[in-house]
Structure formats: structure tokens, C-alpha cells
Design a protein around this ligand. Sequence first.
Ligand SMILES: Nc1ncnc2c1ncn2[C@@H]1O[C@H](COP(=O)(O)OP(=O)(O)OP(=O)(O)O)[C@@H](O)[C@H]1O
Ligand SMILES: [Mg+2]
Length: 318
Amino acid sequence: MSVIQADSLCKSYGDTVAVEDLSFAVEAGKIIGLLGPNGAGKTTTINMLTTLISIDSGAGTVAGFDVASSPHAVRQLIGLAGQNAAVDEKLTARENLELFGRFYKIPKDTLKRRIEDLVETFRMGDYADRTAETYSGGQRRRLDVVAALVANPPALFLDEPTTGLDPRSRADMWDAITDLAAGGTAIVLTTQYLEEADRLADEILLIDQGIAVARGTPEELKRGLENDVLDVHFPDERELDKAVAVIDDELISSIDRDAGLIRIPVKSNARSSLSILRSIDDADIELVDYQLRRPTLDDVFLELTGDGPSAPAERSTQ
Ligand SMILES: Nc1ncnc2c1ncn2[C@@H]1O[C@H](COP(=O)(O)OP(=O)(O)OP(=O)(O)O)[C@@H](O)[C@H]1O
Ligand SMILES: [Mg+2]
């Protein structure tokens, strides 16, 4: 039986359709990744399933409880790390966690042990007794996510849990999320990092403008792209523009000017890549390097939404 279920969820704000006919189910121990560009409807979906906003039509259930008709029961069964901080700035991390624990009616001793565990696991010891207003962005984000874990709820909603975390904290968080799933928690995760969805999610739901445009395991989504990808890097925009002029428009899947990168899907043989590289060379265009590779989720994203997720600095062209 699924722990979290969304059936044809719909939500509009005036003329804006935020979520349209979205359905998915998450079993115990599984992670679903909601992936989509800014404004795709990820947070709206999470907010509906966690009782924060009303559902226009469709239904959501958590452990069999209907989100709309049994919000109190649902709240006791879920942990939520929302996109906006829910911590009390005037309290320390330990005090914040105690507050969350009391909401879930966790016995005092159990709660105390649980908090110490979490503080240690998430390396929060250095600042756990300072008030949250003094925290860095990443420290605050970590507290937010940890607060969702206090009660060890069967259903967990994590809205961009690693945004703003440094690589080591992100790796810690990935380990923690993997452990939670291994322990039986059903998890809905949104992320802007394709690599994160690739690493963590059992199933990915690619959303664009409120609509699910693709779903499957990370492998299935990648397999859906027939072609390999030729990445060609140029030293500057001038060389890149010259290359764009000599390569057939239809061949290019995307151009990243800042990175000086052109992506060209090619059939899995060296010949088409060679002819493209030859035409660049014949025109005396300088390039930094090139790479022929298997498609990544990034490419699935670009192909289906015509837009990459908005984290340019973090984007990997691997
Ligand atoms: N309270 C609101 N009033 C009006 N429009 C809203 C409201 N909340 C969300 N929207 C709109 O609904 C759409 C979906 O927003 P949502 O926050 O769910 O996107 P998201 O996928 O979480 O984006 P991001 O990656 O930026 O967090 C957007 O077009 C947004 O402007
Ligand atoms: Mg959001």
C-alpha cells in the first residue's frame, strides 16, 4: 500500500494553473523526486499534500487519511521541510527541535535522545545552542530539514532540502535521506539538482507548468533519449557564435553562452560527431575541448521542458 498518494491534484491561482491533474504514489521506503523548472508547481504540490493549502480538485492521502477531510491526523504523520524556513529565529536549534517534538507528543526522554542523535548526525554541535537568527543560510537550512525528522514520521516531504548547502553538507544530507528511506520512510523530494534526483529518487516526476511531462526511474528517463550527446566547449562567445553559424541549427539541442558550450545530440556513432567537429575545424574556429557522452537527466530536462533548472553555478555538464 502506498503511504503517500496524490490523485489528479489540481490547483489554480486566478488564471495561473499551478498544478494540473498530477497523480503519483509513494510506497514505504521509496523516494519520489519532483523535478521541474521554477514555477513548475513543485511547492504547490507539496503544500497541498501537507495540508498547507486547499486542493481545488483531486485528492491526497497520507497513510490512508484524506488530506482535506483529516488534516489533523495527516499532520501527525508527516514531516515537512518547506521551501521557506519554519524555525523560530529567537530559539536555539535544540529548543526548536524540542518544540517540534512536543507537537508530535514525543515523550520527553525519547525526544531528548532523538535530538542529541540528530545534532550529532547532522554535525550541528557547534551552533546548536545559539539562537537561529545567528545561523548561516546553510546552518538554517539544515535545522529546517532536521526539524522535519524529529518525529521519524512515516511520510516525509522535503522541498529542496539541499539548496544552499555546501558539498559536504549536501553529501551528509543525501546519506541521511537514503538512510531514512532504508528505514521505511516514504519521501517526496523536490530538487533543482538533477544529480540529486538521479542519486536519490526511485522514481522521478518531471513537471513543467503544473503538468507531469515525464515519469520513470532515472535510468528509464535517460534511456528515453536515443542519442548520445556531443558537448563542444569554446573559449569565448565569439568562437561559439562562429560555430553556431556553421553547424546546422536543427542539430543543436542547446547553447549555454556563459559556459561557452554547445550540446548536440548525435546518433551513437562516431561519424556524425566527426563531421560536426570537422566543419568547426574547417572554419578555423577555436575550441577548448569536446566530449561525446551518454545523455544525463540534464538532457532529458532540456529536451522536455526546453529549459534547464535554474542553478547555473551548480550545473554539471557531465
Ligand atoms: N499564493 C499564490 N498566488 C498566486 N500564484 C501562486 C501562488 N503560489 C504559487 N503560485 C504560482 O503557481 C505556480 C507554481 O508555483 P510553485 O511555487 O509551486 O513552483 P515551484 O515548482 O515550487 O517553483 P520553484 O522551483 O521556484 O520553487 C507559479 O506560477 C507561481 O507563480
Ligand atoms: Mg518551490
